[in-house]
Design a protein around this ligand. Structure first.
Ligand SMILES: Cc1cc2nc3c(=O)[nH]c(=O)nc-3n(C[C@H](O)[C@H](O)[C@H](O)COP(=O)(O)OP(=O)(O)OC[C@H]3O[C@@H](n4cnc5c(N)ncnc54)[C@H](O)[C@@H]3O)c2cc1C
Length: 386
């Protein structure tokens, strides 16, 4: 086996996912988005096929694979025009954190639903005031007898309307100030005191983002995943998978944009021959092909390191993958629009919508600035700048 290609098994997985997703495709995805519907059929079908929980242990309904597998699934879906953001949060973040830190009973309770798609779990860390600075989160969990009482505000939380539960990052009352020692609580979306409101977005997607209001939400003792003094490690367990998944989401979207552009460049003729015969059109697309391949390689490297248990090296690679993939995706979307001329802005060809979708990749789940901060400090040894 060459060191620079994925295993036969992984490549076959990609093929099968692409086949499944192509039955749905971009038109299905955008028409659901525009009519305010959900892509539930697709979500449940990938669940039934075993792809949704492919990274979760087999005894809880998963496929026993790694982050590299679920990342491949995410990328192939996006490459067919069906980017599913909730794959990043439900199986990759929540599935990983619960799989690692949950008790046996918690794993039995939540993982099977994450795997088959009937118990999707959202993830809520971002707060209106704290923003990127997670140390400033103020959502607080207070102990009251056997129960927890949770209070706080979250913003930009994806898919709350489609989720049964949300894994909420909070701090305990006696850790109210100072560097955050996060606690992770599973909150049912129908719990009294838990409310949410959709944030109108310019992204063409059936998956929505929400502002979340948590007011005196009472939770049983076993809502707490992991140790209440477990600290940052429990939270960080979900963050490398998140970045690797986001990178795969981005490279998939980038491939989709490039495929559309190349197809159009081959068929559209205005002077002599197809427009793709002009280097002004061909070269930017060739550049995108190179940039996407580079982003995919570092993403696969990050996944391989993560699955091999080297979290430190995976952290650097996952950050670089997220950065490179977002840049590749933004450029690919922009070039796809340019290649299409006037149709680049039409709904019929649907490439303009990719501008916003890919642009978000530079902001979430971690911004390019914070990645550059990380690389400056950890990879280059420069002083901390934030
Ligand atoms: C579509 C979408 C889905 C999301 N889904 C989720 C979700 O499911 N769950 C969840 O918890 N969150 C989610 N988020 C939130 C996302 O992770 C945040 O938006 C992101 O981390 C940036 O935080 P912010 O929006 O508060 O920006 P801010 O923190 O306000 O930052 C604004 C700008 O300032 C820059 N900046 C801030 N501090 C520094 C610094 N020290 N140095 C240099 N630059 C700096 C940032 O890079 C950014 O460009 C989602 C966001 C979007 C857009």
């Amino acid at each position: 086996m060459s060191m620079f290609t994925e295993s036969e098994e992984r490549l076959e997985l990609r093929k099968q996912v692409a086949k499944l997703a192509s039955k749905y495709g971009r038109d299905y995805f955008t028409s659901k988005a525009r009519s305010g519907e959900k892509t539930t059929e697709l979500w449940l079908e990938i669940g039934r096929a075993g792809y949704l929980g492919i990274n979760v242990a087999e005894e809880y309904g998963g496929g026993g694979g790694g982050i590299g597998d679920i990342a491949a699934v995410c990328e192939e879906l996006a490459a067919q025009g069906c980017p599913l953001l909730l794959m990043v949060v439900s199986p990759a973040i929540c599935g990983t954190v619960i799989g690692r830190y949950g008790t046996e009973a918690q794993k039995q309770k939540w993982l099977p639903g994450i795997c088959d798609g009937t118990g999707t779990m959202a993830f809520a860390i971002t707060e209106p005031d704290a923003g990127t600075n997670t140390h400033n989160i103020t959502t607080t969990a207070r102990k009251d007898g056997d129960e927890w009482v949770l209070n706080g505000r979250k913003i930009w939380i994806s898919g709350v309307d489609e989720a049964k539960n949300v894994l909420v990052v909070a701090r305990t009352e006696d850790q109210r100030t100072g560097k955050v020692k996060p606690v992770l609580m599973v909150v049912p979306t129908d719990a009294p005191g838990f409310e949410y409101q959709s944030i109108p977005m310019e992204i063409v997607s059936p998956e929505h983002q929400f502002q979340v209001y948590i007011d005196d939400v009472r939770l049983p003792a076993d809502a707490l995943v992991g140790d209440e003094n477990g600290g940052l490690a429990q939270l960080f367990a979900g963050l490398n998978p998140e970045r690797i998944m986001a990178a795969s989401f981005n490279t998939g979207l980038a491939r989709y944009a490039l495929d559309r552009a190349v197809a159009y460049a081959k068929e559209r003729e205005v002077f002599n021959g197809p427009i793709g015969g002009h280097q002004a059109i061909a070269h930017p697309l060739a550049q995108s092909h190179i940039e996407i391949e580079m982003a995919r390689l570092v993403t696969q490297k990050a996944a391989a390191l993560y699955d091999a248990g080297d979290e430190l090296a995976a952290g650097e690679a996952a950050n670089m993958a997220k950065y490179a993939s977002a840049e590749a995706a933004c450029d690919a979307a922009d070039r796809a629009v340019q290649t299409h001329g006037g149709f680049g802005a039409s709904q019929e060809y649907g490439v303009a919508g990719l501008l916003v979708a890919t642009r978000v990749g530079r902001i979430a789940p971690v911004s390019r600035e914070m990645i550059l901060n990380f690389v400056s400090m950890h990879s280059l040894g420069l002083p901390k700048s934030y």
